[in-house]
Design a protein around this ligand. Sequence first.
Ligand code: AMP
Length: 326
Amino acid sequence: MSGIRPTGYLHLGNYFGAMRNYVRMQDEYPCFFMVADLHSLTTHPDTRALSESVRRVLAENIACGLDPEKVALYCQSHVPETTELYLYFNMLAYKGELEKTTTFKDKARLQPDNINVGLLTYPVLQAADILLHRAHLVPVGKDQEQHLEMSRNFAQRFNHRYGEVFPEPQAFNYGQELVKVPSLDGAGKMSKSENQNATLYLADDDETIRKKLMKAKTDAGPTEPNQPKPDYIDNLFSLMRLVSSSEVVAEFEEAYTGCTIRYGDMKKQLAEDMVRFISPIRERAAAIHQDDAYLKKVMQIGAEKARESASKTMVQVRAAMGLNYY
Ligand code: AMP
């Protein structure tokens, strides 16, 4: 189970950290993937653009390879059971631990005039999203590690107080570790709404992709053989491993090790390979986005699947809590 907020265009961080795993998981597990529209209200309370954003995120997920027939692809607000479980988990969450959450502190700093309680209880709602399907594996980027730990805590507290209902969900990635795709300027991570010039979006046109990559941060190059790579150079190699052939990656790795690398050439090559990677996704997403009837059907079918799973969990939750009075 996992989710993406409809707060802007999806980017390579979403792809690397989350969607690439979704697409592989759909052939191996029963999966639930949602557009987290309720979460987006904590930072984007204006709902005028929301419906458009929800449809775009759905289209982009499908364009990346997610098959709505194989998984439950749904919109968070279409599953009201979520908010009931969220309420129960709120009684198991403590103000102090929520205030210490890194994402809460970051977001509170970014919007000092709107430190709403939803922002504080974001990890509680997220735990409800995940545990509503009693999910074991949660494909997410590294930024979500702390939230997953909190989900495990809430699951443990519930099980301890009311009886065993929930598994302890783990953050998941097919690689060795969770991924953080840094922004191209080397400061922070790629993001939907910050750092837009240093983030590669799946909707970027070819020229924009080339321009952003040519401006990516580099330096004068390694001065000694086998020198460790700085983060921003490592990131260019990571992006290259995603979109370029293994021969091309090996060629630049060798040039780096031997101190003969020319970052201008590397960025040009990367830009062309990135254009080849992103442009078909962009075109597919644009076509799907226009098909209102199809997206409506995807949402309806997704909501049905998600609610079926959610209602089964909630029957167990209410029974465990002794809330079934008749
Ligand atoms: P969000 O964009 O915050 O709604 O996150 C959606 C998913 O993308 C979550 O699983 C995040 O962990 C992941 N994600 C977002 N930004 C990045 C990034 N720069 N690197 C890796 N994963 C990311």
